[in-house]
Write a protein that binds this ligand. Sequence first.
Ligand SMILES: Cc1ncc(COP(=O)(O)O)c(C=O)c1O
Length: 416
Amino acid sequence: MDWNNIRQDFPALNIKSEGKIPIYFDNACNTLRPACVIEAIREYLEEHPGCAGKRSSHYFSKTTEQKCREAREKLASFIGANSNEIVWTKNTTESINLVANSLEIKKGQNIVCSILDHHSLLLPFYKKCSESDAELRIVECNKECKIDAEKFAEKVDKNTAVVAITHASNVAGTILPVKEIVKIAHENDTLALVDGAQFVPHKAIDVKKLDADFYCFSMHKMLGPSMGVLYGKEALLEELNLFMVGGDTIRDVVYKDGKLFPEFLPAPKKFEAGLQNYAGIIGSGAAVEYLKRIGMENIEKQEWRLCKRIIEELSQIDEVKIVGPSSEKERVATVSLILEKKISAKDVAEYFDTELKKYRIMLRAGAHCANPLHYFLGLNPSKGEGTLRASLYFYNTIAEIDIFVNKLKNLLERVE
Ligand SMILES: Cc1ncc(COP(=O)(O)O)c(C=O)c1O
């Protein structure tokens, strides 16, 4: 693969900001977008800016409907699903909320999550448990931020309604043994929901082989526009209670004797209420096509090359503690650091964003919407304590990593 050539596809990598060369290490938040995604969005907005579905039947609308159908098929094929198992949402957060709000949880049941989960997973299920008088059980990790599947077996029982877990941590980069965890859930007649926001962009996924009941992710973390996806097994999507309803979710609403009799469409349509983000849907199709062209195996290899380098180099710095595991099979290329010096992660991130002459190195500092994990690691987010995170993607380079690590070394040497 000519990775340098691939960098040319990303306009944001090739535009200096205030004269500085951008080094983008915030890919776990959202990735950059290649020209083909931007072009697909432009084409929709300029050439056929109509709504899809059955509301209108003119050229703009028919073209949009056709392109949206194709995008759903591309997405489904990318993760090994059927296209009627793909629900478009705003983001991973909405996908998880949709499931959490649409499930029936009874008093006395429990939901099992983990300490590595993002707020977007923990909070919808926390809310559901609070409303249903159910118990939220948290499986903790070890010092390396790893969790064995057996730890879940200890918490899951016949009263567990859902096991909801992240596939890869957005802080530690840990890949969880999700296949085994899903199996444990199913052995207990329990549903398994997987938050794949930090996995799908980096590694090939086949949701059928994984056997998860629901799988959620965000297109903006994998080259696409700000959009989310909910995969659900067809029969389970059908069983879920309605979430948001409105235009486009119904076949008919009969009015008789002063009453309404709505007839809802089958999933996924019954969950996609109102006019949709067509530019986002079509751009999402372009994003997965682009990822497929590069090949997820190539992406995985390149990311490990980068991840290995950053871990090896950062390990040489005494004042830095890397959070999470260090071997290839156990992590993605999201690397968070605890700084053992009298400087906050926020100040370091600000320094890299604004103070360097030639470069703007964009990092993330804080608790990354994973406060419970930070408390568990001994940090106090309420006092502004957090980690410094560099999250890489395949278009990053070894040279960028070396610049960052050298500059970090220099900075830390200057701090008391
Ligand atoms: C693991 C994980 N889950 C969920 C989310 C929420 O994603 P979004 O903000 O796209 O809804 C994130 C965001 O970073 C994440 O890293």
